[in-house]
Design a protein around this ligand. Sequence first.
Ligand code: 5GP
Length: 148
Amino acid sequence: MAATAYDPNNIFAKILRGELPAHKVYETDKVLAFMDIMPRADGHVLVIPKTAARNLLDINPDDLADLAKASQFVAKGVKRAMAADGLTVQQFNESAGGQVVFHIHVHILPRWTGVALRPHTGAMENQDVLAKHAATIRSALEAMQAGG
Ligand code: 5GP
């Protein structure tokens, strides 16, 4: 079956273009990381490439490598900032695979022993809570970039 085309009007493309707000935690010329608006755990971050790709099936392998490297860096910062015991990393492909937003993204979910994940695309989080978690995660990532 032919691949479905990338839709430049998806929500994350709009965030990349600055047309929609987001609580950003990390940005380079290749990637952007920001808070998930309906977090499955406190500190739930999404990492996206700046390149136009729908999911794992159409992304250029070099862009995928950049996304993977950035996801590892952001994951370490999220774990540190949120004092998590571990992390769950998720990435969904097409509707049948659970994908809702069709710009490839990696979910970084901090985990604590005995704490279950909340439902996928469940409740919208309070903006002040997202801002607070974003600030904590940004600080951890800045410290890591500074060699800390
Ligand atoms: P997926 O496509 O991986 O199934 O899920 C998309 C994710 O994007 C969900 O976790 C959902 O909460 C999140 N999301 C949907 N719309 C927005 C939005 O406008 N802003 C942000 N920051 N996250 C969103």
